[in-house]
Design a protein around this ligand. Structure first.
Ligand SMILES: [Zn+2]
Ligand SMILES: [Zn+2]
Length: 171
């Protein structure tokens, strides 16, 4: 989604409203897949501060993620604020400032929303607060049923540690 800034650039102190859909389809972040069945909605304003433009908006929508415990896909709400200073490439840009530089009179809203999404994403989602996850032995979904696996069975990586603990407690 390209945002046309040609009017707001020309009018100092002016405010332009932003209200549109951003179609991200799917994103991958740190091995996690996020799927957007519907476009995200961005609502806010672009203000002309004479020296630069300021984007202030809220992004909302929903996305499909996988539960960190049981791996079941589920839908969760997305909501975050976007606040960016937009400066044209021929403007006054201090090297250490965190700004969005654009050329001509257009800025890529999809790119801004994507970057802000990554800054706001938590990376760990649970289908429900008390999700029981999967049995580490047989893989059954413990939310849906029980299995007869030995619940004391320990991940082999911890077995050595368990041996040490047993030794010290039986002494
Ligand atoms: Zn779950
Ligand atoms: Zn099991």
């Amino acid at each position: 989604m390209i945002l046309d800034l040609s009017d707001i650039i020309k009018n100092d102190k002016d405010v332009m409203s932003v209200d549109c859909d951003i179609d991200l389809s799917s994103l991958e972040f740190m091995g996690e897949d996020f799927t957007f069945s519907k476009p995200l909605h961005i609502v806010g304003v672009v203000r002309n501060n004479t020296k630069n433009l300021e984007l202030d908006a809220e992004v909302s929508g929903s996305m499909q993620v996988r539960c960190a415990r049981c791996a079941k896909p589920f839908s969760t709400e997305v909501r975050f604020d976007v606040s960016e200073i937009l400066i044209r490439e021929d403007g006054e840009i201090s090297p250490d400032s965190d700004v969005v530089i654009f050329s001509g009179h257009e800025v890529d809203l999809t790119e801004i929303v994507t970057n802000n999404f990554f800054m706001n994403v938590s990376g760990r989602y649970l289908c429900k607060e008390d999700c029981k996850g999967l049995c580490s032995v047989c893989g059954i979904d413990l939310n849906e049923g029980t299995c007869s696996c030995d619940s004391d069975t320990i991940d082999p990586r911890w077995a050595a540690l368990a041996e040490i603990i047993k030794d010290t407690t039986t002494e």
